[in-house]
Design a protein around this ligand. Structure first.
Ligand SMILES: [Zn+2]
Length: 253
C-alpha cells in the first residue's frame, strides 16, 4: 500500500492511497483537478473514492470533475445546512469505513469549521488531518470555536506518536515565525525551523510531519509548557485558556 502527497493550487495538498493488492485508489480532498488526474493517469490507476475532510472550496473544487472523469464515489461529512450535490455518501456518523484492505477510522474534529473529519489509517500510520492541525500551527477558527478546536487537537494527541500527519496546507515556515516568538528557547523548534528553511529553499514539502515532532515543537500542542506560559504570563491558567490565547495572538501576528 502506498500513500502519495500531491501539491495543488498555491499551498494545498491532496493525498492519494493506492493498494497494489486490490488495485483500489482513494483520494483525500480534491483541491485541483490537473495535478491529481496526472498522477492517476501516470500510474494507470482508476479512482474508486474521494473522501472529503471539509467543504472549504480549496479542498473540494475538483471533487465533481474528478468524480465525473474517473467515475468515483464521493464521501464527506454531513452539512448542517444543505448538502453538496456531488456527495454520494455522508459519513459524519460513522466511526470506521473500509475499502478492501484499507481500514479508515473517522474522527469528528470541529473547531476550524463545525463539520470537519480527520481520517486515520492505522496500517499506514497516517492521519489525514487537513485543516485541523498544521506543522507548527493549527487551524484558524472559521465557524467553530477555540474550545472545540482545543478538544479536537487533544483527541488527535491520543494517536500513536509515530503517526504521520498529512496537513492540508504548506504553512510551516510562517507558522514557525509565530511559534519561535512564543517558545524562543525550544531547541527542537529551533532545529525544525532550520530544517524547514532548508526544505523550502529547495521548494520541497515540509509535510507530512509526525505527531511526536509536533508534540515537541508546535505551541498549540504544548499549552502545558512552563516556558510558553511564562511568555504569555499565564502560569496558572488552564491548558484550554492558554490555547485560546495562543490562537488569538496568532490571528493578529
Ligand atoms: Zn479549511
Amino acid at each position: 500500500m502506498q500513500i502519495i502527497q500531491i501539491p495543488c493550487r498555491q499551498d494545498n495538498y491532496a493525498v492519494l492511497i493506492h493498494d497494489d493488492e486490490t488495485n483500489l485508489t482513494l483520494l483525500f480532498d480534491a483541491p485541483e483537478h490537473e495535478p491529481i488526474a496526472k498522477i492517476l493517469q501516470a500510474n494507470g490507476w482508476d479512482l474508486d473514492a474521494i473522501l472529503i475532510t471539509h467543504y472549504h472550496y480549496d479542498h473540494v473544487e475538483a471533487a465533481a470533475s474528478l468524480k465525473n472523469q474517473f467515475n468515483a464515489k464521493v464521501y464527506g461529512p454531513k452539512l448542517r445546512s444543505e448538502g453538496q450535490d456531488y456527495i454520494n455518501h455522508y459519513i459524519q456518523d460513522l466511526k470506521e469505513i473500509r475499502f478492501g484492505n484499507i481500514h479508515i477510522q473517522i474522527f469528528q474534529t470541529p473547531g476550524h469549521i463545525p463539520e470537519q473529519i480527520v481520517y486515520y489509517i492505522p496500517s499506514l500510520k497516517s492521519a489525514i488531518v487537513a485543516d485541523t492541525i498544521f506543522s507548527l500551527g493549527c487551524a484558524r477558527i472559521l465557524g467553530g470555536t477555540a474550545q472545540e478546536l482545543f478538544q479536537s487537537l487533544e483527541l488527535l494527541k491520543q494517536l500513536p506518536d509515530d503517526t504521520n500527519l498529512y496537513c492540508g496546507h504548506e504553512y510551516t515556515q510562517s507558522n514557525g515565525e509565530f511559534a519561535i516568538s512564543i517558545d524562543p528557547n525550544n531547541q527542537a523548534l529551533i532545529k525544525r525551523i532550520a530544517e524547514v528553511k532548508m526544505l523550502r529553499s529547495k521548494n520541497l514539502p515540509t509535510l507530512p510531519t509526525t505527531l511526536s515532532n509536533e508534540k515537541s515543537t508546535n505551541p498549540f500542542l504544548r499549552c502545558y509548557d512552563a516556558e510558553i506560559r511564562k511568555t504569555l504570563n499565564m502560569q496558572n491558567a488552564s491548558d484550554e485558556a492558554v490555547f485560546t490565547e495562543l490562537r488569538l495572538r496568532k490571528d493578529s501576528f
